[in-house]
Ligand binder design. Structure first.
Ligand code: TPP
Ligand code: SF4
Ligand code: MG
Length: 280
């Protein structure tokens, strides 16, 4: 794949080029608002791919619709900007058609837990070897700040001026209930930790779910703000935590909403390609 020249106004561009990061960036600077958490995910994604020694042509990013849906446009890898809510089934189809690809399903909180929510249990139960990154800003960003299925109760939004009347879903608890074989959480404001979460999610053979908390600076001034989030997280102590322990994982899913790290991993269940071949 041709390495594109960059238009980035980056003084350290030569350093970035040396690191190998530049060739993973697309030519155009992302169109996200200044301060959007998605820049942190973009940065971590590129670093993780380089650390994993993935080449541009080894990777395919499939997205739905939303500010998050722009992601494949901003990375220099194969990409598919699909319909709203359809990143998961399309990503699974891409993986099954070409098992040599490392496939990412990119989806916003509205995209994946609203219109696309019906696809999640099936990708999880089949254990298709796809890494699903949830870009969770707890709001509909692209359509200008309506409540999403992850918006907290009573938060004022552009669709609920007096406060959201609906209870939010808990994405980690839901994905654990679907027996997802890899469940982790990261924060857009800690790209170094996020790099390691993406590396681990990609290295897992099966369906990986990575919940990334990411501020929408334009439409959420109260909940996921940088100010409120910056000191709110704690990290799973890898030396004293067994990610195979389902009860411990469910406890984190239920009670520790600001805990970052690998929450659950079942490495024994075969990925779908293997199961499919055995079934035939
Ligand atoms: C079938 C369909 N319904 C509704 C829309 C309008 N729409 C576009 S993006 C979006 C929500 C985006 O929110 P989210 O998935 O959280 O992504 P974000 O913009 O926050 O990254 C909606 C409702 C659409 N494009 N297609
Ligand atoms: S509207 Fe929100 S999610 Fe979309 S680019 Fe701007 S800050 Fe990011
Ligand atoms: Mg959103």
């Amino acid at each position: 794949m041709k390495i594109l020249d960059s238009m980035y106004p980056d003084e350290k561009i030569e350093k970035v080029r040396e690191n190998g990061f530049l060739q993973m960036r697309a030519k155009e600077f992302p169109t996200w608002c200044p301060g959007c958490g998605y820049f942190g995910i973009h940065d971590a994604f590129i670093k993780a791919c380089v650390k994993l020694n993935l080449k541009n042509e080894d990777i395919c990013c499939v997205s739905g619709i939303g500010c998050s849906g722009r992601f494949p446009v901003h990375v220099n890898v194969y990409g598919f900007h699909t319909l709203h809510g359809r990143s998961i089934p399309v990503a699974c189809g891409v993986k099954l058609a070409n098992q040599a690809l490392t496939v990412f399903a990119i989806a916003g909180d509205g995209d994946s837990f609203g219109i696309g929510a019906g696809h999640l249990p099936h990708a999880a139960r089949r254990n298709v070897d796809v890494t699903f990154i949830l870009f969770d800003n707890s709001i509909y960003g692209l359509t200008k700040g309506q409540s999403s299925p992850l918006t907290p109760f009573a938060q004022k939004t552009n669709s609920h001026k007096k406060g959201n009347p609906d209870m939010p879903l808990n994405p980690v608890k839901i994905m654990l209930a679907y027996d997802t074989t890899f469940v982790a959480r990261g924060f857009a404001g800690d790209p170094d930790h996020l790099v390691s979460m993406i590396e681990k999610a990609v290295s897992h053979k099966g369906f990986s779910f990575l919940h990334v908390i990411s501020p929408c600076v334009e439409f959420d001034k109260t909940n996921y703000t940088w100010q409120r989030l910056k000191d709110s997280f704690t990290y799973i102590d890898e030396d004293n935590y067994d990610p195979k322990d389902r009860i411990a994982a469910i406890t984190i899913g239920e009670k520790e909403l600001n805990k970052l790290g690998v929450i659950y991993q079942d490495s024994d269940r075969p990925a779908y390609t293997g199961t499919l071949m055995q079934a035939n």
